[in-house]
Design a protein around this ligand. Structure first.
Ligand SMILES: Cc1cc2nc3c(=O)[nH]c(=O)nc-3n(C[C@H](O)[C@H](O)[C@H](O)COP(=O)(O)OP(=O)(O)OC[C@H]3O[C@@H](n4cnc5c(N)ncnc54)[C@H](O)[C@@H]3O)c2cc1C
Length: 489
C-alpha cells in the first residue's frame, strides 16, 4: 500500500489526510505542536474558553461533504446558521445590525445608509453569480493543470469577466457602487479575510461578500474548534496515524522523487508527502531551498493580527455573538501605532463572543471576548510596544463606544501577535494566509498544490492555491486528492 506523510495537522492537513486515506492509502500525520488542528484550536483561561484562531465560518457544506465521503450522516456535524452577518458601531454613534440574506442586507443598507435597495440587491446578486462562475475554475481546480481548469465551467467564468471588477480595486468598485462611505467600509472588510488590502486587492474579491451577506455565517455548536475535532475524528476512524510533538525537519528525496521525511525522532519512508506547513518554510527549512520557486516566494505577504482574549466579568446586551466591528476613521491611529503608511487592511476593532450562545464558555454573567486588530507582518518591529499601544487604543475606543470602563472588567487575558503566529503555527513572518492578494494576478502567484520538480510532493493549506480561510484550505485538499489520483493512476 502506498504510504503518505502529511506535515501539519491544520485544516488543510487533516482534510488531505481524510481524502487520501479514503483513496485507500496508508496515511500518517506529523504535527510539531502537542495539539491537533493548527490555528483552529482552543484554550481555557480559568473558566473561560477561547477559540484561538478563526471565528468566521462560511460554507459548512464542505465539512458535511467530508462527513458524507466517510459514510457518516452529515447532519451529525452540528452548527447554527447565524441570523446576523455583522454588527457595526461607528464612531459617530450609529449602530447597524446587518441581517444575513440578500434582500435583508439590501433593506438595511437602504434604511441605515440611504442606499438604493434595488441597486444593492442587484449588486449582491451579481456577486452571487460571480461566485458561482468562478468557484469551479478558480477555487475547486488547480490553476496549474490545464486539464483541471479548462473544464466546462471555464466558458461561464470567461463570459462573466466584465462583471468581476478585475481592473479596479475592491475599494474603487465599492465606492462607485455605494454613495455612503460606510457601505463601502462594510464590504471592504472582505479583503482582510485573506490578509489583503481593499485599496489594492481587485474588486473580484468582493465575491467573499456573497458568502457572508447572501449566505450568512455559521458557528459550529461547541465553537470553531469543533471543525478540527470533527476532521480529526474522521481521520482516526479511517485509521490515519497521528504523531504529535513531532516536528518534521526534512523532506527526503532522490532522482526528483519524494522518498520520505525526517522528523526530530525518526526517518519515515513514504511515496507521497503533503505539506500543510507554510510553503515558504517548507522550501526554506525542509528542502534547504532546493527547487525554490523564487518568484512565488518573493510575493508580498498577507497581513498578521494582534488578538486579545479577554474574560470579561460582565455581560453586554448591546453586543451580538459574531462579527461585531467598531469602525470609524481609525486609519491614522493604527498607522501611527504600527509605524506604517501602508493601507494593508481595514482598520477596525473586531469582537467575537461565543459565550452568548455557548453557555459553558464563560461563567454566568460573564463573556469571553476575542478582540482582533489587523496588523502588519513581523519584520523585527518592537512588538511589545505595538501590542501595548494597540491594547490601550482598543480599550479606549471600546470603553467610549460601550460607555463602560472595559479595562476594569477584564478578569483573565491572553495575547496573540505576529511573533507568536510565526513561532507557534510556523507562518512566515507571522503572515496568516501566505502571499497577499494585492494584485489582479495574485491567484497565479500562489504556489500550486503540487511540486513541479519533485514527484510525490503536494501542498495543502492557506499559503497555497486557492488561498486563505477555512473553506479554501478545505478546497486545497480536494485539489491535492485530484492531483494524486491523476499522478498515481
Ligand atoms: C487570529 C486568526 C484569525 C483567523 N480568522 C479566520 C476566520 O475568521 N475565518 C477563516 O476561515 N480563517 C481564519 N483564519 C485563518 C485560518 O486559521 C486558516 O485558514 C485555517 O486554519 C487553515 O489553516 P491551514 O490548513 O493552512 O493550517 P494551519 O492552521 O496553519 O496549520 C499548519 C500546521 O502545520 C504544523 N506544522 C508546521 N510546520 C511543521 C513541521 N515542520 N512539522 C510538523 N508540523 C508542522 C503547525 O504546527 C500547524 O499545526 C484566522 C487565523 C488566525 C491566526
Amino acid at each position: 500500500m502506498m504510504k503518505v506523510a502529511v506535515i501539519g495537522s491544520g485544516i488543510g492537513g487533516l482534510s488531505s489526510a481524510i481524502r487520501l486515506a479514503k483513496l485507500g492509502l496508508d496515511v500518517s500525520v506529523f504535527e510539531a505542536n502537542d495539539f491537533v488542528g493548527g490555528k483552529v484550536n482552543e484554550q481555557w483561561l480559568g473558566e473561560y474558553r477561547f477559540d484561538m484562531g478563526p471565528s468566521v465560518f462560511t460554507e459548512p457544506t464542505l465539512i458535511e461533504e467530508l462527513m458524507s465521503l466517510c459514510g457518516k450522516d452529515p447532519s451529525l456535524f452540528l452548527y447554527r446558521q447565524l441570523g446576523e452577518s455583522c454588527r457595526y458601531f461607528f464612531t459617530d454613534g450609529q449602530q447597524v445590525i446587518v441581517p444575513a440574506g440578500m434582500k435583508q442586507t439590501a433593506q438595511i443598507f437602504e434604511s441605515s445608509f440611504g442606499e438604493n435597495r434595488q441597486r444593492t440587491e442587484r449588486f449582491l446578486k451579481r456577486l452571487s453569480k460571480n461566485y458561482q462562475a468562478l468557484s469551479p475554475v478558480f477555487i475547486q481546480s488547480s490553476l496549474h493543470r490545464l486539464n483541471q481548469w479548462f473544464n466546462k465551467g471555464i466558458f461561464r467564468a470567461i463570459m462573466r469577466i466584465p462583471y468581476y471588477g478585475m481592473i479596479r480595486s475592491m475599494n474603487a468598485v465599492n465606492e462607485a457602487q455605494f454613495k455612503n462611505p460606510k457601505s463601502a467600509q462594510l464590504l471592504n472588510r472582505m479583503a482582510t479575510y485573506n490578509g489583503s488590502s481593499p485599496y489594492r486587492t481587485p474588486g473580484l474579491l468582493n465575491i467573499i461578500s456573497h458568502l457572508e451577506f447572501n449566505e450568512g455565517p455559521a458557528m459550529p455548536i461547541g465553537g470553531m474548534v469543533q471543525i478540527s475535532k470533527t476532521l480529526h475524528q474522521l481521520c482516526l476512524e479511517l485509521g490515519v496515524k497521528f504523531y504529535v510533538s513531532e516536528r518534521v525537519e526534512e523532506i527526503l528525496h532522490s532522482k526528483n522523487k519524494v522518498k520520505g521525511i525526517r522528523t526530530i525522532h525518526q526517518k519515515v519512508d513514504c511515496d507521497i508527502v503533503v505539506s500543510n506547513m507554510d510553503v515558504h518554510f517548507t522550501y526554506e527549512r525542509l528542502l534547504n531551498g532546493l527547487h525554490e520557486p523564487k518568484k512565488i516566494l518573493r510575493q508580498e505577504k498577507s497581513s498578521s493580527a494582534i488578538v486579545f482574549y479577554w474574560g470579561m466579568k460582565s455581560s453586554f446586551n448591546e453586543l451580538g455573538i459574531h462579527n461585531i466591528f467598531f469602525a470609524g476613521d481609525y486609519q491614522a491611529e493604527f498607522e501611527a501605532i504600527f509605524e506604517t503608511k501602508t493601507r494593508y487592511a481595514d482598520p477596525t476593532i473586531y469582537v467575537h463572543i461565543t459565550s452568548k450562545v455557548e453557555k459553558g464558555d464563560a461563567p454566568e454573567g460573564s463573556e469571553n471576548w476575542f478582540v482582533m486588530v489587523n496588523a502588519p507582518i513581523n519584520v523585527g518591529q518592537d512588538w511589545d510596544v505595538f501590542v501595548a499601544e494597540t491594547r490601550r487604543t482598543c480599550i479606549e475606543k471600546l470603553s467610549k463606544a460601550l460607555k463602560r470602563d472595559i479595562e476594569s472588567l477584564i478578569e483573565v487575558e491572553a495575547i496573540n501577535e505576529p511573533r507568536k503566529i510565526e513561532s507557534v503555527y510556523f507562518g512566515k513572518q507571522g503572515s496568516i494566509y501566505g502571499n497577499s492578494s494585492n494584485s489582479a494576478f495574485s491567484a497565479f502567484y500562489r504556489h500550486p498544490n503540487f511540486s513541479k520538480t519533485l514527484k510525490g510532493l503536494y501542498f495543502a493549506g492557506v499559503t497555497v492555491h486557492p488561498g486563505g480561510g477555512i473553506p479554501l484550505a478545505l478546497n486545497s485538499a480536494k485539489i491535492v486528492e485530484r492531483c494524486v489520483r491523476e499522478d498515481f493512476r
